[in-house]
Design a protein around this ligand. Sequence first.
Ligand SMILES: [Fe+2]
Length: 192
Amino acid sequence: MKFEMKPLPYAKNALAPHLSEESFGFHYEKHHQAYLTNLEKLIGGTPEAEKSLEDIVKSSSGKVFNNAAQVWNHDFFWASMKPNGGGEPTGALADAIKRDFGSFADFKKQFSDAAVAQFGSGWAWLVKDGDALKIVTTSNADTPLAKGQKPLLTCDVWEHAYYIDYRNLRAKFVETFLNSLANWDFAASNFA
Ligand SMILES: [Fe+2]
């Protein structure tokens, strides 16, 4: 892998007012960067560093896993949002959500409940597990990528993801993620 930050898919101020430029200054430029810097310190110059980031996540444990997975999870999270996001998916993904959750409204409720209920730091995900769609949460750096599930969309629910713009109000952040930020085109491309 290259020990370089993958560029954000939009400008640092593009998701304002929902997520401020200041929050990207900390979350992307400091937290995300620190995971990459730590990973380079841990495996830079070793054969492990020749692998892709995805392969490192799938085959590592301990500190290497924690930092590699957090780099991958954050790249995936940035792509899970877009300016003027939210709304509803269309096409095959919309059909699968209806099949597995009842309706898009039911999906939103279940995703939001899971994200808010995740105790402590972690992530809420929409994944494809075999042929079924599921909502799962993971703690700390853990990721469905390492569990044989195919991630489609994620919301970071570490406090550092929302504290600057939402203070302690995780539920408000998750509601904003679903209503105004979620990138369903990205989820559909992962589903396809
Ligand atoms: Fe984060």
